[in-house]
Design a protein around this ligand. Structure first.
Ligand code: FES
Length: 107
């Protein structure tokens, strides 16, 4: 199957805790790469509310909570799951894969 994404290596699997996030930079992009319940996720690391780094927040049930004001975002889609009603705040989500012990983010 062809894949025209631009996959960028961002570290080795062992660089991450079993549960947790690291912030990486790819060009001008600042991205939080999360390891959660055996899966990988990546979200732009800027809260759309007031710019706080999302990866600083706790992760639970595949959602990260912003430490700024408590909004929550789905790690898979970047959708706002808890926050102001009727507002469509979404953060960019990126695919992540693991290859030969290397974590890669697709742009
Ligand atoms: S800065 Fe993230 S909820 Fe306010």
């Amino acid at each position: 199957m062809s894949d025209d994404r631009d996959w960028r290596p961002v570290g080795r699997v062992e660089d991450w805790p079993a549960e947790g996030a690291r912030v990486i930079e790819l060009g001008a992009r600042r991205i939080g790469v999360y390891r959660h319940q055996g899966r990988w996720y990546a979200l732009k690391d800027i809260c759309p509310h007031a710019g706080v780094g999302l990866a600083r927040g706790p992760v639970q049930d595949r959602q990260v909570m912003c430490v700024g004001h408590g909004w929550r975002f789905d790690l898979e889609t970047g959708d706002l799951t808890e926050g102001p009603k009727g507002r469509n705040f979404t953060v960019a989500a990126y695919p992540v894969r693991e290859r030969d012990g290397v974590v890669e983010v697709g742009l």
